[in-house]
Design a protein around this ligand. Structure first.
Ligand SMILES: [Zn+2]
Length: 197
């Protein structure tokens, strides 16, 4: 592989990650998403070959918190995705770090700024044409002590999960933003009740 091929392949790895996680493709804009340690991990996997060079978002978030992936998983769990819609809809400072959302239905939000984690309870809100965004509510800046942080997160999860109800028709766990006021979910409202959303 000559140098040009190497650079092209390297760019493909970035581009693929950017596509999957919605981060900007230029190195400058990616900088906060890709701290040097995460970049190094990605590069090492790529150079080693054989192994899937794709970096998981959890690896990036752990690197930004300067903790191991195992500790990240212990405290914050997995299934994280970047919330993309936020800067188009609610008051958003250009220098604000992005929010990430985890869980189906959404159960926890995370923001990382200079190695400090802030967590919040997601509250779903419909905006524009059928676009669901999650607003971080009751946010808490974590101390970085795993034991204490887990308790804070457990409290947020309990509060959020207490708003879920089983839809009596499809029996799916349904958060308030996906119900039509009552217990039935919006999908069932469309399918069985002729409700247009
Ligand atoms: Zn349903």
């Amino acid at each position: 592989m000559d140098e040009l091929d190497g650079a092209g392949r390297w760019y493909e790895v970035f581009a693929d990650f950017a596509r999957r996680y919605g981060v900007d493709k230029t190195m400058e804009l990616m900088a906060p998403e890709f701290p040097p340690s995460a970049l190094e991990t990605l590069k090492q996997r790529w150079v080693a070959g054989g192994e899937d060079p794709k970096l998981r978002l959890e690896d990036v978030l752990a690197a930004r918190l300067r903790i191991s992936r195992d500790l990240f998983l212990d405290v914050f769990g997995a299934g994280w995705a970047k919330q993309e819609q936020q800067n188009r809809h609610w008051p958003f400072q250009p220098d604000q770090q992005p929010w990430y959302v985890a869980g189906t239905p959404a159960q926890l939000m995370l923001q990382i700024d200079d190695g400090i984690a802030t967590v919040a309870r997601p509250v779903g809100r419909w905006q524009g044409v059928a676009e669901l965004v999650y607003e971080p509510t009751g946010s808490v800046v974590l101390a970085g002590d795993p034991e204490a942080d887990r308790k804070v997160i457990a409290g947020l999860l309990a509060a959020r999960r207490s708003s879920f109800r089983y839809c009596p028709l499809c029996r799916e766990q349904t958060p308030p933003e996906l119900r039509d006021g009552g217990l039935e979910c919006m999908s069932c409202g469309e399918r069985w009740r002729g409700i247009l959303h």
